[in-house]
Design a protein around this ligand. Structure first.
Ligand code: 5GP
Length: 209
């Protein structure tokens, strides 16, 4: 079987629960996954740590990463830049981990161009009302921010057609199992198993063909 890891991207509207889903996936199936930590120019929020949630960078440091070709992709989101460091992702894929990128849409589509075999998952809320409710019950956002996030969803949804899977985050447990099953199934696809097929073919040829 092919032991190389799979590159997977999880995107979704603000309030869909991407962070919770990714953390639960790591809690439950942590041995199979590695979470990529992005670089960003945004300031840390309270409780966030450099190297845990993000690598916090100045604009100059971020630009240097771009010119040194250290990022797989980067994008501007609101007023800040976010990007995926290449080295960690490539090392983890090589060592057999499935690498999770929790990134927004522009970045996801750049990754798909560079790594066409990447699996793109778009998390959906069970309903629009539920999305609004989740944003409100988070309690961290003002009404203006909530309506800005809802209208951002109107634009983002156009890109959902370009993703490989739409997964509804109704209950976390079910959502996590669905994603894990997608990854297990994706790994069995014939184009990811060419070495295994070839090897079996050689053994057949040596003996029976
Ligand atoms: P936040 O500032 O709330 O942590 O993240 C804002 C948005 O940036 C989220 O949609 C998140 O998925 C996205 N994001 C985080 N890291 C990256 C990255 O490396 N690349 C891209 N393109 N988006 C990212």
């Amino acid at each position: 079987m092919n032991n190389k890891g799979l590159l997977m991207i999880i995107s979704g509207f603000s309030g869909t629960g991407k962070g919770t889903v990714v953390n639960s996936l790591l809690d439950k199936y942590g041995d199979s996954y590695a979470l990529s930590i992005s670089a960003t120019t945004r300031a840390p929020r309270s409780g966030e740590e450099h190297g845990r949630e993000y690598f916090f960078k100045t604009r100059e440091e971020f630009e240097l990463m771009i010119s040194n070709n250290e990022l797989i992709e980067y994008a501007q989101y609101v007023d800040n830049f976010y990007g995926t460091p290449k080295k960690y992702v490539e090392e983890k894929l090589e060592s057999g981990s499935n690498v999770i990128l929790e990134i927004e849409i522009q970045g996801a589509l750049q990754v798909k161009k560079m790594y066409p075999e990447a699996v793109l998952i778009f998390l959906f809320p069970p309903s629009v009302d539920e999305l609004e409710k989740r944003l409100k019950t988070r309690g961290t956002e003002t009404d203006a921010v909530i309506s800005e996030r809802m209208s951002r969803a109107c634009k983002e949804i156009e890109y959902a057609y370009d993703y490989d899977y739409i997964v509804v985050n109704d209950t976390i447990e079910e959502c996590v199992d669905t994603i894990h099953n997608i990854i297990l199934t994706e790994k069995l696809r014939a184009f990811r198993q060419t070495d295994f097929i070839k090897n079996t073919e050689v053994n057949l040829n040596g003996k029976y063909c």
